[in-house]
Ligand binder design. Structure first.
Ligand code: S3P
Length: 452
């Protein structure tokens, strides 16, 4: 996304026939960002296949070029990165625009924070509202200095530490982005950098750093799991095969659970245990989801997901300790909850308030506009289910530059009694550019609002 907003693209989803077929969702967003950044920090050529070519990741590719790496697209999803090595980043000659991507900007700030260079970061209106102090705080411990707007918001200039010191940091929020920023900064600090996680968050950075040859150790401590990174490794280029994104798979999976008669296959999706909260929850609700052809690809466990509509989903309560493993999936879970019997309560979800939008607020307003009763507190969201086929629909949801809000309401519209619109579907391009075509291919009726 450019920081300069394009024209909004309203879209409408209509009650749809059964969804059938194979849903080939794009590459994992988290792994795609990391592949480009770790490639840029390696000496030599890293070849990537299955890269997500969504705007968020394209913005990270552009940023890596600005820091001196050679990044080339060789074919669909096939990219090559000639890196500059740990500590080898050049100073960018212009502002780094990370568009809509919190992951992009936070990881890149970490990656440059221990080099003697400065960079100024910005993003779109959504990213400029989001808190950066959670990253610049720990980066200051390495010796980096940040000058941003109030609350550490973008635009922000980060002056990297010329003489970095290693850091021991206990995460105050369960955030893989903060953990990853500290680990990437630790790469160019001498000695051991330690990050302590009170709750497990996605572990792609650790897995991939180890794959690129960094030395990592893990220890259980009274404060949580300690990740110990030895600084100044020489990272070795790695071929990276990016598995398909479970957070994108969530949309066709959940659509198939609420559109009567559906039966779909979603091949090659990552089954990383730090990302499995949604599937676990859907199965607790009684969803018919099976894993076929379980295997390992590119260091990640993957499987084909078979999903069948049954029409008898039950409400569920999701415990706070599960929140991190499904943090991006709560918007679409709240849609499924509307089609279940009973009251679904999601606990420990306050991080949703600082995502691409305040996702609790955005979902609550849109669901209410579609006739669903929703209650919220700062840290919980409750959806009163109306059973299969029971959701009136007929509303328009504001997406607030948030791809997952847009896709969630379009899925709702496929199973509600009346069509559902979103005011702007353009943010979907950040993570799932093929969403509309893929869903139509399965049998969904959606398209530009007002189009025949
Ligand atoms: C991500 C971590 C999560 C998630 C985001 C991707 C990552 O954010 O919401 O979409 O790739 O590290 P937090 O770590 O801030 O919870």
């Amino acid at each position: 996304m450019s920081a300069h907003a394009a024209a909004p693209q309203p879209m409408t989803a209509h009650p749809s026939g059964p969804l059938r077929g194979s849903a080939e969702v794009p590459g994992d967003k988290s792994i795609s960002h990391r592949a480009l950044i770790l490639g840029a920090l390696s000496v030599g050529e890293t070849r990537i296949t299955g890269l997500l070519e969504g705007q968020d990741v394209l913005d990270t590719a552009k940023a890596m070029r600005a820091f001196g790496a050679e990044v080339t697209r060789e074919g669909p999803g096939a990219w090559s990165v000639h890196g500059v090595g740990v500590g080898g980043f050049a100073e960018p000659s212009d502002v780094i625009d990370c568009g809509n991507s919190g992951t992009g900007v936070r990881l890149i700030m970490g990656a440059m924070a221990t080099s003697p260079i400065s960079a100024t970061f910005t993003g779109d209106a959504s990213l400029r509202r989001r808190p950066m102090g959670r990253v610049t705080g720990p980066l200051a411990l390495f010796g980096a200095r940040a000058h941003g707007r109030a609350g550490g918001r973008l635009p922000l200039t980060l002056v990297g530490a010329a003489d970095p010191v290693p850091v021991r940091y206990a995460l105050p929020v369960a955030s893989a982005q903060v953990k990853s920023a500290v680990l990437l900064a630790g790469l160019n600090a001498p000695g051991e950098t330690v990050v302590i996680e009170p709750e497990a968050t996605r572990d792609h950075t650790e897995r991939m750093l180890a794959g690129f040859g960094a030395s990592l150790a893990f220890e259980e401590t009274p404060e949580g799991r300690a990740i110990i990174l030895t600084g100044r490794p020489e990272l070795r280029p790695q071929p990276v095969a990016v598995p398909r994104d479970p957070s994108s798979a969530a949309f066709p999976v959940c659509a198939a659970l609420i559109v009567p008669g559906s039966d779909i296959l979603v091949p090659g999706v990552s089954r990383n245990p730090t990302r499995n909260g949604l599937i676990l929850t859907l199965r607790e609700m009684g969803a018919d989801i099976t894993f076929e052809a379980e295997r390992e690809e590119g260091g990640e466990p993957v499987a084909d997901l078979r999903v069948r509509f049954t029409g008898d989903l039950r409400a569920v309560e999701t415990p706070p300790e599960r929140a991190a493993s499904m943090i991006d999936e709560f918007p679409i879970l709240s849609v499924v909850a509307a089609f279940a019997e009973g009251r679904t309560v999601m606990h420990g979800v306050k991080e949703l308030r600082v995502k691409e939008s305040d996702r609790i607020d955005a979902m609550a307003r849109g669901l209410r506009a579609c006739g669903v009763r929703v209650e919220e507190t700062e840290d919980t969201m409750t959806v009163h289910g109306m059973g299969a086929g029971g959701v009136p629909g007929g509303g328009t949801a504001a997406t607030h530059l948030d791809h997952r809000i847009a896709m969630s309401f379009l899925v709702l519209g496929m199973a509600a009694r009346a069509p559902v619109s979103v005011d702007d579907a353009s943010p979907i391009a950040t993570s799932f550019p093929a969403f509309e075509g893929l869903m139509r291919g399965l049998g969904a009726r959606l398209g530009a609002s007002g189009a025949p």
